[in-house]
Write a protein that binds this ligand. Sequence first.
Ligand SMILES: [Zn+2]
Ligand SMILES: [Zn+2]
Ligand SMILES: [Zn+2]
Length: 256
Amino acid sequence: MRVTLLGTGTSTGVPMIGCECSVCTSADPRDRRLRTSALIETATGNILIDAGPDMRQQLLRAGVQSLHGVLITHEHQDHIGGIDDLRPLNYRMQTSVSLYSTEHTLGILRKRYHYAFDAQSGGSSRPNIDLVPITPWQAFQLAGHTIIPLPITHGPMSILGYRIGQLAYITDASYIDDHVVDAIQGVDVLIINALRDQPHPMHLSFAQAQQYVDRIGPRRAFFVHLSHDLHHADLLHRLPDFMQPGFDGQMIEVVE
Ligand SMILES: [Zn+2]
Ligand SMILES: [Zn+2]
Ligand SMILES: [Zn+2]
């Protein structure tokens, strides 16, 4: 199973519009961070995690020609803003694309993308999407793999992380419950959010994320949803070898 980090940036992306800080103006391509999303490619199909506003560019870059489903973590726009751009995959695959998330998040998707479900949409093309409700801890099958949705705390919200075999994917966490830490203990690859050094009410800081990595004990950990506060090179230098800042386009092999 191969994971590609399609985006590793926080909700504004990096560079941030109008910002002239040293990260936003960095010449290092690893400091350019599209909104956080990942592609999982397996022998039995492709799974996308989140469909943010940079999705079109990300799927073009990754050469994606088909998707078996999209796992949505939550309804913030940096995770769902690209759904309209699923249309070319509808044309190519001649079928709908299934989006998986909680009933709560799907309810918001139904409102925000109301035209996709409106038969009277005035003739313009609409994404053909199926909304599939899932529940934390209730495993389901997708593209030949067992997916376990994990309840993750994001400020006042409860959102989803995912375990897929030896991969655990957690974005936008501010807190991770002990049961979740136990359920992903010792995975091969952990992808987890870390915003910056200063604490934030909605997101883990680096110190907090590193504590979770230590408790979960993966073979390798990659940090995503990064702000413009830290250079990739500086992060690489200061982190232990088995932890890395992710960068856009990074490919990670996960043992099956
Ligand atoms: Zn986010
Ligand atoms: Zn900046
Ligand atoms: Zn969020």
